[in-house]
Design a protein around this ligand. Sequence first.
Ligand SMILES: Cc1cc2nc3c(=O)[nH]c(=O)nc-3n(C[C@H](O)[C@H](O)[C@H](O)COP(=O)(O)OP(=O)(O)OC[C@H]3O[C@@H](n4cnc5c(N)ncnc54)[C@H](O)[C@@H]3O)c2cc1C
Length: 485
Amino acid sequence: MASRQGEGTSRRALLKGATLAAGAVAAPAVAAEGGAAAPVDVIVVGAGMSGLCAARALRSQGRSVLVLEARDRVGGRTKPGAIAGVKIDLGGMWVGPTQTRLLALGEEFGLQRYPSFIEGKNITEIGGVMRNGSRDTPGVALSSLPEFLGLVSKIGGLSRTVPLEAPWTAPDAARLDSMTLATWVEQNVRSPALRTVMESISSSIMAADMSQTSMLYFLFYCHSGDDLVTLAGMGSGAQKWLYRGGLNQVGARIAAELGEAVRLNAPVRRIAQDAAGVVVTSDAGAFRARRVIVAVPPALAARIDYAPGLPALRDGLCQRLPMGSTIKFWIAYPRPFWRDAGLNGLVLSDRTPVGLYTDVSPDAAGPGLIAGFFEGSHAVAWGQRTAAERKAQIVGDLTRLLGPQAAQPIDYVDNDWPSEEWSRGCYVGVAGPGVISVFGEALRRPVGRIHWAGTETSTVWCGYVEGAIRAGERAAAEAHAALAA
Ligand SMILES: Cc1cc2nc3c(=O)[nH]c(=O)nc-3n(C[C@H](O)[C@H](O)[C@H](O)COP(=O)(O)OP(=O)(O)OC[C@H]3O[C@@H](n4cnc5c(N)ncnc54)[C@H](O)[C@@H]3O)c2cc1C
């Protein structure tokens, strides 16, 4: 490990006495060690999974770090909650087989996984017709299987033409980025049921309606998450496992390791660069560093003030990557009673404002837990109602779909992500037409001493915790290399 001389002392001094005024940008270059507010090598903005993993990677390379987090908790879009006495995730929760960095961290921290429950029949209700199916991807029961497979193969072929590092260089980038996913589906999918399934897939993987998503971005997203079936699949894809006690424990464990280097209640307002360093001004004071990693989604990075101002390309990108919309809920019953009737609790219906219901019970003995999502425009509409109204809607729909026992839940909890000041939505920032082909190259390009992390910048599993981890580690490597140069 490289030298970390004085790091512990200087970090403590920094945390105790760091009260530089915002005008400190005019102060001499990065101060020598031992001062009242000795600089760190790298300040990380945001203690989501990306920022935490960036800080951890830098630490392991002998760099001193300070993580400034706006909220009073770490984890960002991963968040602990509880229902019927069970610890759960109110944000990101599933992990799939190719999400290798997250799987490795889970193993390192000794977390236990359990599989999504998919044995038995799922329910698909589209256009007033209800069917049971047993396929991994619900909804196929109501469309023709050959057409579905043809569509998957067509999207797969197109998505593989989109280079992950530079989607804007795809052979047909300009045309694909000139249309929404909705337009493409209208032109390429004949079956109305399959169009509905595509709408459901779009909202369940990005929390945005097909009409809000560029076709080029959708193809990049599919390629980044392996393929459409992996993204949407429950039993073998991105939704294969959950963590007992919650995925959010991974971030909490990393934050515990980082200790005092993580500063909560410290929203960053301004990042000022000069020839020798960076001054990052937060509500908890101003701090100096040699480099900074901004590990927040572009929509939130846009709310920080930069001096000098960001280049037009980067600023233009930040203006054009709005967050998707999701309200995630959990509802609890004494047992997963639907399993008695041979159902697996997986429901896709166009008659409810909830895109997808899934059985996420950790134990067959109970409690029986169903998690689901109001997504895209449904989340926007239902965010204007109360949690009690949302619960009443869900209980009514589940009673119709799963039977009368669904009318008696023992607990309910939901989380309205678009209303959270430091997320403003989820699962991911989504590009509409004309964004990636024109502004995409600014996604990861450093601006002076500023490096960009966050799942939105990941080439692999963009939008997922896996992408957040990889992006954090990539930005850490960039900053480390720049410091060594
Ligand atoms: C409901 C929901 C379900 C999801 N399901 C899954 C799933 O099952 N599997 C999966 O892999 N992914 C899932 N995701 C997505 C996944 O959670 C995210 O991709 C991932 O957590 C993003 O991490 P991040 O570090 O890039 O960003 P964030 O988690 O958004 O972290 C950014 C951090 O920066 C902080 N911040 C923002 N602005 C400032 C500022 N100015 N100053 C200081 N701090 C700031 C925020 O408070 C936050 O802590 C889900 C997300 C949600 C919300």
